[in-house]
Design a protein around this ligand. Sequence first.
Ligand SMILES: Nc1ncnc2c1ncn2[C@@H]1O[C@H](COP(=O)(O)OP(=O)(O)O)[C@@H](O)[C@H]1O
Ligand SMILES: [Mg+2]
Length: 327
Amino acid sequence: MADLTLTDVTVEYSSGGYMVRPIDQLTLAVSAGQLVLLLGASGSGKTTLLSAMAGILTPTAGSIHFQDTEVTQLRGGDLTEYRRHTVGIVFQTFNLVPSLTAAENVQIPLRLAKVEAVRARARAEELLERVDLADRTGHRPGDLSGGQQQRVAIARALAHDPPLLLADEPTAHLDYIQVEGVLRLLRKAASPERVVIVATHDERLLPLADRVVELTPRRVAAGATPAPRVELAGGEELFAQGSPGDLVYVVEEGEVELVRLLSDGGEELVGRVGPGQYCGELAPTFGLRRSATARATVPTVVRGLTVSEFRGRMRSGPELSGERSKL
Ligand SMILES: Nc1ncnc2c1ncn2[C@@H]1O[C@H](COP(=O)(O)OP(=O)(O)O)[C@@H](O)[C@H]1O
Ligand SMILES: [Mg+2]
């Protein structure tokens, strides 16, 4: 049975009056002992998803279970308990307290949980030994390399021996030699009975993973088959805001309107695209999600083009002239 289960998790934010949906109906099941890589460009929702798993953020919809606990239903003291004892978090920027030694930093979560001083000290020594820093326990963060600081942060995240370890871009500030030490520790942390989730935009971490979950929609490969002619009835949707974008659409007959969903539930007209004009080129070109919904206003015919076909047609002349697309 899976230890961590996400079912149709959706997270929406209101940003400048617009609705942003970085996580859209994500379903995922992970068993203990697995290391899962959340791979995605900046802004693809990695931190958002880790925050939801950590019980720091409540998803707009969907549920998250860890073992017997429905994380998305936890409130108050139960939530604090979950965050403190079930989850360990490693941050991109280490988040160590500069005035405290390595050993004191590792003891922070233990002292917060009222573990007595002697036991907390012994546990910190043991954890620092486990991350190969037995000879650095009295050093302050400023006297440690980036890689050593991240290893202190991993020791601190493991203080309560949490069954779920979340790491957010843990290698972003490290050189390649330091990266290796941190990765080895994260890999080791996954076995035998811990779930480890590592968010990164760095594809070099791929070999580390048992599973890879891609949060950035993939660009369509050159040579992919375009959609044939698509016929839409008036009011019918061509693509939805927040969905992965794979094709550029050229309107052959009729009209497509582009609307952006607002966080108050309303929508705003962004533009109208008529015969000979195109829409939807930004998402597939840059591997983004659709920033608006496209729907036909009247019976409409469109043709889907891959990005490379689209580029070819743009280069080959004024066939697709007309107004610049709105998206
Ligand atoms: N608190 C927030 N309010 C509004 N929008 C947010 C908030 N946090 C993140 N976002 C937006 O959600 C998207 C995903 O962000 P994030 O989870 O930080 O991505 P990543 O960690 O992959 O860079 C981005 O478009 C970001 O601007
Ligand atoms: Mg992030």
